[in-house]
Write a protein that binds this ligand. Structure first.
Ligand code: GRF
Length: 190
């Protein structure tokens, strides 16, 4: 039987799409039961529609606290029977409500070789630093910023200064590594 996963995204959603395609192609033994966004205008909403994935859109400012919106999300996740949460460009620190409920079953993708360049604009940070080997990390989520245990990494060698070119190389690597890693995690769900 197919397992149930959720993807959380705040923006473009290209990683959402890579995972959705892998699910549709049978490369991940799961369906995306829910797409969650904290940015109702995000392009990921269009992508989710194309894949017939239900979307929960919310605005954090409509809630008194993180606990309040995470409690709302938890209700939806439980109702759908979600077993694994994949963050894909979700621009928020996950709070204790979700961490307590889904501890060890929330993963994130970050566009650097962690522990280098945590936080926002990791690609820009790495470029500014002048590194020649960039990369992608997938890690478990805990209460730290991009600090949980690393699950998988891939390096991207780049020695130019064209940010767009570098970004497309990094994203292309993400779109292979994330679905492959999610497939493995899904297969090892109890
Ligand atoms: C990716 O680079 C991911 O590593 C980071 O946010 C970006 C999301 O891109 N966490 P997209 O929305 O999946 O296109």
């Amino acid at each position: 039987m197919k397992r149930k996963i959720a993807v959380f995204a705040s923006g473009n959603g290209s990683n959402f799409e890579a995972i959705a395609k892998a699910c549709a192609d049978g490369k991940i033994n799961a369906e995306i039961a829910l797409c969650v966004t904290d940015n109702p205008g995000a392009y990921v909403v269009e992508r989710a529609k194309r894949f017939n994935v239900p979307v929960i859109k919310f605005r954090p400012k409509d809630y008194a606290s993180k606990k309040d919106f995470e409690t709302m999300l938890l209700g939806h996740l439980r109702e759908k029977g979600v077993e694994l949460i994949c963050l894909a460009g979700y621009m928020r620190i996950v709070g204790e409500t979700l961490l307590e409920a889904y501890g060890g079953r929330i993963v994130n993708i970050h566009p650097s070789l962690l522990p280098a360049f945590r936080g926002a604009d990791a690609i820009g940070q790495a470029m500014d630093y002048g590194v020649k080997i960039f990369g992608v990390s997938i890690h478990y989520v805990d209460s730290s910023l991009d600090g949980g245990k690393i699950i998988a990494q891939a390096a991207v060698e780049y020695d130019g200064n064209d940010r767009d070119e570098l970004e497309s190389l990094v994203h292309a690597r993400e779109h292979v590594l994330y679905p492959a890693t999610v497939a493995r995690l899904v297969d090892s769900l109890p």
